[in-house]
Design a protein around this ligand. Structure first.
Ligand code: 8X3
Length: 274
């Protein structure tokens, strides 16, 4: 039995591969970048199996799964970690191609892979699916438009799977991280503008990939009777900003002179005696 982790070439994925291997599990690390996977394979040894997979292409997912050796074909835990944010422009200016890529990876890829793995879990009446959502799936912020919406999809998909799979002894959790540094997340979002990416993490103690990896391992090692539906994790320094209200400029107050006011009062009194 193995743990299949997507997005294994960077950030959360690398940390989770290392953490699960160190805890004694067999890990299949799936990612696009073969060189990064090979480095990880050299570091982690026999317990780690590098699997080339592009989660943004269903054909690549299928081919990768078909290529798995017999002894690793049973997946006890699927960690849907691959995903990305692209851009922070408002919806009227965002690149539609970026939206398509996010939908393709964060939604289509995640659901396709889950659909491929679920039947074997159902047949065995055992398994665990851990999805990597985001606080962006629950809280709106400008520029999050489609990225946040894909993560809201992941959140609801996770809950809907819970509703279907509770009687199959399959656990589902949506991990929802907030500001987490030391990953490629912002470098990818800002398309290689490393300066802008670095500014996101300036002067703040952000969450580390290891925190997410430790959380995933903790979840996996809970008793089989226990399901954590979702777990939202922020750095202490990140919190809610409240509702923003954009107000119109107040209408200018018409100032009436004292003479005007008294004249109109005098006019009224005069009209009573007519
Ligand atoms: C990452 C968290 O706040 O950048 O999903 O959207 S955030």
């Amino acid at each position: 039995m193995a743990i299949l982790i997507t997005g294994a070439s960077a950030g959360f994925g690398v940390a989770m591969c290392r953490t699960f291997v160190a805890a004694g599990y067999h890990v299949i690390g799936a990612a696009r970048r073969e060189d990064k996977l090979q480095q990880l394979a050299e570091e982690l040894g026999e317990q780690f199996y590098p699997l080339e997979m592009d989660v943004s292409r269903t054909e690549s997912i299928q081919n990768a799964l078909n290529s798995l050796p017999e002894h690793l074909s049973e997946i006890d835990c699927l960690i849907n970690n691959a995903g990305l944010a692209l851009g922070l422009d408002t919806a009227d200016k965002a690149d539609f191609g970026d939206w398509e890529t996010m939908i393709q990876t964060n939604i289509i890829g995640l659901t396709f892979l889950t659909r491929q793995i679920l039947p074997q879990m159902v047949a065995r009446k055992q398994g665990y699916i851990i999805n990597l959502g985001s606080i962006a799936g629950s809280y709106a912020y400008p520029g999050s438009n489609v990225y946040g919406a894909t993560k809201a999809f992941v959140r609801q998909f996770s809950m809907n799977l819970r509703a279907e799979l509770a009687d199959k002894n399959i656990r589902i959790t949506n991990i929802e991280p907030g500001l987490c540094g030391d990953t490629e997340f912002s470098n990818v979002r800002f398309k290689g503008d490393d300066q802008r990416a670095a500014e996101v993490y300036e002067n703040v103690e952000f969450i580390q990939p290891q925190d997410i990896a430790d959380t995933a391992l903790w979840l996996y090692q809970r008793p089989a009777r226990m399901n954590v539906n979702s777990i939202e994790i922020m750095p202490v320094a990140q919190t809610f900003a409240g509702m923003k209200v954009y107000r119109d400029e107040p209408a200018p107050v018409k100032e009436e002179t004292f003479e005007k006011q008294s004249m109109s009062l005098f006019g009224k009194i005069k009209s009573w005696f007519k």
